[in-house]
Design a protein around this ligand. Structure first.
Ligand SMILES: [Fe+2]
Ligand SMILES: [Fe+2]
Length: 304
């Protein structure tokens, strides 16, 4: 059944999910040097960082601020566990990747349909730019499916439990997370066990052992995890983990594999943030290429 505009707005401060992404683009403007192999985890001047964050926060739309407040207050360790239990048995429905794309496209929100891109168009534009740049086929497919986890919105999940920069729960919050002050309202903030640097984790444990705040990344990773190469799975699972892939934090929870594969998460980010254009992809023309690509990696039916 197609979603109505109520599906997304009842739960939520943002007029549409793109408001969060537009905010990310303000924070991380195109052309700003992304971390590379040589500078990836170089410490930035903490005072400068703090000042920048204050500016982003001051300039943010009230809707975006409210979105972060809800996200930071509600994404507790227990909340993450309850959502994993609720969704990760993947027994809601069976759909092909295309069916999921069409389903996601029924997500209608307050954005102006004449000027804003549909979810499907964002996925195709991301994939097409990756393809134009000559990247491997799995990378193109990753671009195509990376946001399919947003179908959680169609199951009445609130925006703050679908999108937003992700962060580990069960340990201290990085001070590089924007709107950090809202964590004061998270029940985990008063749990000493969760608020030391490592919290419940061990140094260098590997991100596979770390619970991140719940959202569309973890969900699509779980749907795709048996079918795509590790590089792709890292992109799916961590593409909203801005405190790590953009800010270079939480390396103390990573193992060597994480550090190596985050190279791909960083390579993906510009395609996600900066490929939105108003030139609508020609679905009819593109469909045969993507049908082949999907069939190469994915089964006819996926569990959602
Ligand atoms: Fe995403
Ligand atoms: Fe995206």
């Amino acid at each position: 059944m197609p979603a109505t505009s109520n599906t997304t707005t009842t739960n939520a401060p943002l007029a549409n999910l793109e408001e969060w992404e537009d905010f990310l683009k303000t924070r991380y403007p195109e052309g700003q040097s992304a971390p590379t192999k040589t500078n990836e985890f170089k410490a930035t001047d903490p005072d400068k960082k703090k000042e920048q964050f204050r500016n982003y926060e001051a300039d943010a739309r009230p809707t975006v601020r409210e979105f972060y407040r809800l996200n930071h207050e509600h994404q507790s360790f227990d909340f993450v566990q309850s959502k994993r239990k609720e969704f990760l048995s993947l027994n809601r429905r069976k759909m092909s990747a295309w069916e999921a794309m069409e389903y996601l496209n029924t997500l209608v929100d307050d954005s102006d349909p004449d000027t804003d891109l549909s979810q499907l168009e964002h996925l195709l534009q991301t994939a097409e730019q990756i393809r134009r740049d000559g990247h491997p086929r799995w990378f193109i497919l990753t671009g195509l499916v990376h946001d399919l986890g947003k179908i959680l919105c169609l199951w009445d999940e609130p925006q703050w439990a679908v999108v937003g920069d992700t962060f580990p729960v069960g340990c201290a919050y990085s001070d590089k997370i924007v709107f950090h002050q809202y964590f004061a309202g998270n029940p985990d903030s008063s749990n000493a066990r969760y608020q030391s640097r490592l919290g419940i984790y061990e140094e260098g444990t590997g991100l596979d052992n770390v619970f991140l705040s719940w959202g569309h990344d973890e969900y699509i990773y779980q749907v795709m995890k048996d079918y795509l190469p590790d590089e792709a799975l890292y992109i799916l699972r961590y593409h909203s983990f801005y405190p790590a892939h953009k800010e270079g934090d939480y390396t103390y929870l990573m193992n060597e594999k994480d550090k190596a594969l985050f190279e791909w998460v960083r390579a993906f980010n510009p395609y996600d943030l900066y490929t939105k254009s108003h030139a609508k992809p020609n679905l009819k023309e593109l469909r045969p290429f993507y049908d082949d690509l999907i069939a190469e990696y994915l089964p006819a039916q996926l569990n959602w």
